[in-house]
Design a protein around this ligand. Structure first.
Ligand code: IPE
Ligand code: IPE
Ligand code: MG
Length: 282
């Protein structure tokens, strides 16, 4: 974020007394808000169960909360919002829940793409799209293509995503690139022919280092998350952004995802601004 969002506009969007109260406490000066917010949107099933409804009802209600989070991030000038929408382990759920979620994606994307463009949001996917049903995959590909030129918030959707699987495919890419002479794995004479210092960025010829490795993850080019939120009271990562979240500030709330509002996000940002990030220093 390069400039502070307009105060009048913020007050219009955050109009409830609670939101105004939180907005008062929040610094929106450049650099004070987390540039990259990641959310583990958990608790849809429990939310539905509480109302005696099937789990899919909770996932549908969760869409409203996604819209809230996107809207609030747009208003506040956040650069990246990454949402965990389906994990590589979620295939183990009942078949009708999985197919219901996959159809819901198609339905929601078709409905929301116009609004995303109006909000200047660019959509990007991380995870293994190849294993996703064709209709759902196409809906996401279309949405990414349609929003590709937007310059505001980047909405990163983690779909069939698993941190370990992503790290593993990055390792495989390193090995392949080494065999192609494009990366020196630092194995000495037994290693590949690639020479020179770490590239620092991109996948050009260079020596393996953290930047060269990160450039082979599906999050390549996306800065690490600054704030990682998980709803529903669970306090675990569930295989989300394992490499990238090394120094993320973690924020847990008991709210179930469908109950998460723009006020909830402001609350998380206020909490974040009270943290002291040391990165191992003093
Ligand atoms: C998160 O809510 C959404 C997905 C994982 C797709 P859950 O469906 O995990 O809800 P709970 O945790 O069972 O309540
Ligand atoms: C994490 O939630 C995945 C998503 C939110 C998409 P889960 O509900 O799958 O995680 P666990 O099973 O409680 O760890
Ligand atoms: Mg869950």
């Amino acid at each position: 974020m390069t400039s502070s969002p307009d105060k009048k506009q913020l007050e219009e969007y955050f109009s409830t007394p609670r939101a105004r109260e939180l907005l008062e406490q929040l610094s929106v000066a450049p650099g004070d808000l987390p540039p990259h917010v990641a959310i583990i949107m958990d608790g849809n099933g429990r939310w539905a169960k509480r109302q005696g409804k099937p789990r899919l009802f909770g996932h549908k209600a969760g869409v409203v909360a996604v819209r809230e989070a996107i809207g609030a991030c747009v208003e506040l000038g956040i650069d990246y919002l990454t949402i965990y929408s389906f994990s590589s382990e979620n295939w183990s759920r009942p078949r009708d829940e999985v197919s219901g979620i996959m159809s819901l994606f198609v339905e929601v994307l078709a409905k929301e793409v116009r609004e995303l463009n109006e909000q200047n949001v660019r959509v990007r996917i991380i995870g293994d799209l190849d294993a996703v049903p064709a209709k759902t995959r196409r809906a996401f590909e279309d949405c990414c293509a349609s929003t590709a030129a937007n310059t505001g918030l980047t909405l990163v959707v983690a779909l069939n995503y698993g941190g370990r699987a992503d790290i593993l495919q990055a390792v495989a890419r390193c090995v392949r690139d080494s065999a192609a002479g494009e990366l020196d794995l630092g194995l000495g004479a037994a290693g590949a022919a690639g020479a020179g210092a770490g590239t620092g960025a991109g996948t050009g010829t260079g020596t393996i280092d953290q930047d060269a490795f990160a450039a082979r993850l599906s999050t390549a080019g996306i800065p690490d998350p600054d704030l990682l939120i998980r709803t529903s009271g669970e306090q675990r990562l569930s295989n989300f952004l394992l490499w990238e979240a090394a120094y993320a500030e973690l924020y847990f709330t008991d709210e179930l995802w469908p109950d998460f509002t723009r006020e909830s996000l402001l609350q998380a940002f206020c909490d974040y601004q009270g943290r002291s990030r040391r990165y191992g220093g003093v």
